[in-house]
Each structure stands twice: as structure tokens, then as C-alpha cells.
Design a protein around this ligand. Structure first.
Ligand code: NAP
Length: 245
């Protein structure tokens, strides 16, 4: 008997990449998935395809930089499916650049989406999980949340931060709420399209030549959810076999 079957899983950033792949795999394994992001058209396409494969899914647009919208997103998931068993805090962006380029707007965007978006997700789900007496918060960090790469200072800062926040949540959560940090290396998605600094984009393209399929991250997330309730998979690091750092 799968521990994924029937669970209500809310996923932010489900309109592409890792979030989309996770939604597809979890729905295939019987989860009821609730998908959020800003691009409604993409969400609808993903949902339509999941439905045509027999999955249970609904969508709700959300900008995770808006606390009220994240609360509405989680509230809509509960309204639709009655509860929220798992939150996948996945929405994120990675406009890498040297600090000397002073792309301050991008720094702010990364802090707002990658850190504050995660906090808003916790704020919206934790009280509900406490009431339910169970829950699971999964947060996307990165290998860049373990190592600082050239030009990754701010992005790495956000990914180190969410690891700290998730570990803090784990310590405070008690025996009924699980927390998992997923730290991938280079994975195929739209993520590198957020890099506006040309030289950085070129060097990252080189690293991403060996990027692995987003299904690898979806399987890692499915593994963490599928373990029995008394087992908390705290952290998974996965990267292409060919990725040195
Ligand atoms: N791909 C990798 O190599 C890799 C490695 C390590 C970690 N990660 C992490 O994995 C997560 C997913 O990234 P990805 O690789 O799948 O990239 P992606 O294909 O660009 O997906 C990013 C997702 O985040 C959503 N998003 C961005 N800003 C948002 C906002 N303000 N509000 C709501 N949703 C927002 C996007 O949807 P909309 O634009 O429709 O809002 C999209 O669905 C990120 O946290 C990233 O840092 C990725």
C-alpha cells in the first residue's frame, strides 16, 4: 500500500520544470495534486494532461511573493480536497551574476521568491497541519545551498537559508510533521532562462550540458513522501553523475 495514494499535495512552481514533473509523478501514484504558479495557461495544460491520464488535480494561480496569495492558495487546496498533507515549496528562480554587476532587483527577487515564498508557504500550512495532526513540508534547496559557486552568492544565500529554515522547522515540528530538504544539482528545466548576465549564462550552459531529467527530482520527492509516517527523510542531495562540484 503506497503512502502517496490519496494524499493531498500542494506544489508551488508547478507550471514547469521540477514542480511539473513532481505533479505528474505524484498524480500517477495516486496523490491528489493542487498546483500553483503565476502562469495559468501552463498550469491548465499540466492539469489537463494529468486528468487525461486519470489523475486528480486542480490549479490555482499564486505569486509566492504575496503572503495573501499563498494563504489563498493553501486555503483553496483545503477547500478543494479537504486537507493538505504535503506542501512542496518549489517555486524559485536563479538569476546568477557576479555581485559586481549589482543586479539588486534580481537579489530582491531571489530573496522574495526563494526565501520569503517558502516562509509564506510554511505560515499557510503549519497551523493546518497542527490541526490535522500530521503533515509534510518539502523544500527545494540546491547543491548551491551546500557550496558557493562562482557568481552564485545571492542564489546560494537563499538556498542555504531555506535549508536552515527547514532544519529549524524539523526540530520544532514534533513527532507528527515531517520536513524534507531536496538539494539537486543541474537538472533540465527553465531555471537557467532567469540568468540575465550573459557571461554567467554561457558558463552555466556548460555545466548544464550534463543536466539530468527532472524526473530524478520527482522520484526523490516521491520517495520521501512514500516512507511511513514515523520515518522522516530529512535531506536528499542528488546531482548528475558527471557533475564534479
Ligand atoms: N533545475 C535545476 O538545476 C535546479 C537545481 C537545484 C534547485 N532547483 C530549484 O528547483 C526549484 C524549481 O525550479 P526549476 O528548475 O523547475 O525551474 P523552472 O522550470 O524555471 O520552474 C520555476 C517555477 O517557479 C515558479 N515561480 C517563479 N516565480 C514565482 C512566483 N513569484 N510565484 C509563484 N511561482 C513562481 C515558475 O512559475 P511561473 O513563472 O508560472 O510563476 C515555475 O513554475 C527552484 O526552487 C530551483 O531553485 C533547481
Amino acid at each position: 500500500m503506497s503512502n502517496i495514494d490519496g494524499k493531498v499535495v500542494a506544489i508551488t512552481g508547478a507550471s514547469s520544470g521540477l514542480g511539473e514533473a513532481t505533479a505528474r509523478l505524484l498524480a500517477e501514484r495516486g496523490a491528489r495534486v493542487f498546483l500553483g504558479a503565476r502562469r495559468k495557461e501552463n498550469l491548465d495544460e499540466v492539469a489537463e494532461s494529468i486528468r487525461s491520464d486519470g489523475g486528480e488535480v486542480d490549479v490555482h494561480t499564486v505569486d509566492v511573493t504575496r503572503k495573501d496569495q499563498v494563504e489563498d492558495f493553501v486555503s483553496a487546496a483545503v477547500g478543494r480536497f479537504g486537507r493538505v498533507d504535503v506542501l512542496v515549496n518549489n517555486a524559485g528562480l536563479m538569476p546568477l551574476a557576479p555581485l559586481d554587476a549589482t543586479k539588486v532587483d534580481e537579489w530582491e527577487q531571489m530573496v522574495d521568491v526563494n526565501i520569503k515564498g517558502v516562509l509564506y508557504g510554511i505560515a499557510a500550512t503549519l497551523p493546518r497541519m497542527r490541526e490535522q495532526g500530521s503533515g509534510h513540508v518539502i523544500t527545494l534547496s540546491s547543491v548551491a545551498g551546500h557550496v558557493v559557486f562562482p557568481n552564485s552568492a545571492v542564489y546560494s544565500g537563499t538556498k542555504y537559508a531555506v535549508r536552515a529554515i527547514s532544519e529549524g522547522l524539523r526540530q520544532e515540528a514534533g513527532e507528527n510533521i515531517r520536513t524534507t530538504i531536496i538539494s539537486p544539482g543541474a537538472v533540465q528545466s527553465e531555471l537557467t532562462q532567469t540568468i540575465s548576465h550573459e557571461e554567467t549564462a554561457e558558463s552555466v550552459a556548460h555545466l548544464y550540458a550534463s543536466a539530468i531529467d527532472s524526473g530524478a527530482v520527482a522520484r526523490a520527492i516521491a520517495y520521501a513522501i512514500d516512507e511511513p509516517g514515523e520515518v522522516d527523510i530529512n535531506e536528499i542531495v542528488l546531482r548528475p553523475t558527471a557533475q564534479a562540484l
